[in-house]
Write a protein that binds this ligand. Structure first.
Ligand code: IDP
Ligand code: MG
Length: 139
């Protein structure tokens, strides 16, 4: 059975662009329940650790610079089939390929500054949630 929780970040471009409210509205109206949430800023080491799987990719340094360029909003979301359904709601990595109405189609400005993160597996959702939140911050 698929898990019921995923992890998301509203990325610096979307925070800077004033889209926190609209993105949370989309999350809520698509039947995800917010069970943890906070605004924070990633240090360089934290961003490198969070995205360690991409360490060898050519865009890694730019990704770390971008993700440390301003505050983010981190959240844990609950819904049946959360990981897959949230990836559907956010759309493709490149907003040019993201389906109409998806969060990335609406708010991303480029393949790098693509508005939101969504976990890619139940295992990574648990790891990513634990990276950002203490147990007592998740409800
Ligand atoms: P995802 O966020 O859709 O899961 P990943 O392949 O896991 O996409 O990449 C992580 C993040 O790295 C993306 O969300 C985006 O911010 C950035 N990224 C991915 N591919 C590129 C690229 O080709 N150029 C620049 N940045 C990229
Ligand atoms: Mg990914």
């Amino acid at each position: 059975m698929n898990g019921t929780r995923t992890f998301t970040m509203i990325k610096p471009d979307a925070v800077e662009g004033g889209h926190i409210g609209a993105i949370l509205e989309s999350i809520n109206s698509n039947n995800f329940r917010i069970v943890a949430m906070k605004m924070s800023a990633l240090s360089k080491v934290e961003a490198e650790t969070f995205y360690a799987v991409h360490r060898e990719r050519p865009f890694f340094a730019d990704l770390v610079e971008y993700m440390t360029s301003g505050p983010i909003v981190a959240a844990v979301l609950e819904k049946d089939n959360a990981v897959e359904d949230f990836r559907t709601l956010i759309g493709a990595t490149n907003p040019a390929d993201a389906a109409e109405g998806t969060i990335r189609a609406r708010f991303a400005t480029s393949i790098a500054a693509n508005a939101v993160h969504g976990s890619d597996s139940d295992e990574n959702a648990a790891i990513e949630a634990a990276f950002h939140f203490a147990g007592r911050e998740i409800f």
